[in-house]
Design a protein around this ligand. Structure first.
Ligand code: NAI
Length: 377
């Protein structure tokens, strides 16, 4: 099978998410890195792309140059990843979709709900794939959890409780670090800081596992470092379409918590827990029964979890391989076999609607509000 050609925008040397994309995209031989505009500094981006093996004429200084260079090539890239700061996602994703490229956009997909709806419409109109990198949903044991809910293994879901709380922006003296600062600057990050940065992963995960959508929410936001315009801590209560009760805490000042993303799902006949710091295990308890540790790679898992467990049982599989699973699903989709688990622009715009609703709710003292984007009401 011919390798697919991949291009990347952002994710330059020293960036947080760039290495996970490169490890993920290249892990299975589906893609080869053919083009890139990797850095906001054109010369630095060109030089780094060439060090990664990109030909000089496809190591671009910025994304507009890349669009112009790639659009008419017979061997143009099959997929473009957008891994730049949030405020640039919409413009870049829209331009590449309209030019007929498939796109994997980092979260949050856009800054406004209107932009998100526009991306959904453009993807539908062009027939191109627009995926959003909710990569945690591609861990094998998350696919197992979702399959268990779908197969009724824990009965109707009553309650979902999730946290994505770390302490890495908790040092007030470090608040001006450029890699930290943009996340709390409305011009770069949008209307929300921590909720849009990490909370939406947790909210997406709740929807993904429960196979249901968030309908309404009530939020409380705080900027515990007073110089921050945007929140660094949020508590969000929500309700899903089938009545499931949701509780979500997200924070970037929870010093001592490292990655801090976990989720518990409680149904009528059982419950389970997953934590991103032990991603290979799903802790499952049937009602009235013993607690069990289900392990990635073991026998008896549902098909999707089996398919995405790639290293032998008990060998750790980490974050870059979850990203690689997103790229496997993308490669299948580009080659004509769409995968049900791949997060799309619809999830992206639902997240944006939740972010804007949470901001409005927090400003209104926690009033419950409809969290759905207008296009899905
Ligand atoms: P970062 O600040 O560490 O790196 C940003 C990179 O983009 C830098 O290399 C910078 O030079 C480059 N860049 C900035 N503007 C550019 C432009 N106009 N054209 C080309 N390159 C440009 O940021 P980080 O943490 O890597 O975040 C990037 C995006 O990835 C954000 O949207 C963030 O929300 C998302 N992210 C997603 C994660 C996930 O789990 N899915 C985890 C971390 C970040």
């Amino acid at each position: 099978m011919a390798q697919l050609k991949w291009g990347m925008i952002g994710g330059g040397e020293g960036s947080q998410i760039g290495p996970a994309h490169r490890l993920g995209a290249l892990a299975d031989g589906h893609f080869t890195l053919a083009a890139g505009a990797l850095d906001h500094r054109p010369d630095v981006g060109r030089a780094y792309a060439q060090r990664l093996g990109v030909a000089a004429d496809r190591a671009y200084g910025d994304w507009t140059e890349m669009l112009a260079g790639e659009r008419n090539r017979p061997d143009r890239v099959d997929l473009v990843t957008v891994a730049t700061p949030n405020s640039t996602h919409f413009q870049i994703t829209k331009a590449f979709l309209e030019a007929g490229f498939n796109v994997l956009c980092e979260k949050p997909m856009t800054v406004t709900v209107e932009e998100g709806e526009e991306i959904v419409r453009i993807a539908a109109k062009t027939g191109k794939i627009c995926a959003v990198n909710y990569c945690y949903s591609a861990y094998p044991m998350i696919r197992q959890a979702r399959a268990m809910v779908r197969n009724g293994d824990i009965g109707k879901v009553r309650l979902v409780v999730t946290n994505f709380s770390h302490g890495h922006h908790g040092d007030a003296a470090d608040a001006d670090n450029p890699r930290v600062r943009w996340r709390y600057d409305p011009a770069m990050a949008g209307v929300s800081g921590q909720f849009a940065d990490c909370g939406i992963h947790a909210l997406h995960m709740a929807s993904f596992i429960c196979d249901d959508e968030v309908e309404k929410l009530s939020a409380d936001f705080a900027s515990t470092i007073a110089s921050r315009v945007l929140e660094d801590d949020a508590m969000v209560n929500f309700r899903m379409g089938r009545g499931t009760v949701g509780r979500l805490w997200t924070s970037s000042v929870a010093i001592g918590r490292q990655h801090g993303f976990d989720i518990q799902v409680f149904g009528e006949t059982g419950g389970f827990r997953w934590a991103s710091e032990q991603p290979n295990q799903l802790i499952y308890t049937p009602v009235g029964g013993r607690t069990q540790i289900m392990e990635k790679g073991e026998g008896g898992l549902y098909d999707d979890a089996k398919r995405l467990s790639r290293v032998a049982i008990a060998h750790p599989e980490g974050f870059p391989l979850a990203v690689a699973n997103i790229y496997c699903d993308l490669a299948d989709a580009i080659r004509g076999t769409p995968r049900d688990g791949l997060p799309t622009a619809a999830s992206g715009v639902r997240s944006m609607a939740a972010v804007h609703t949470a901001v409005a709710s927090a400003k209104a003292g926690g009033t419950w509000m409809d969290a759905r984007p207008p296009m899905f009401r």
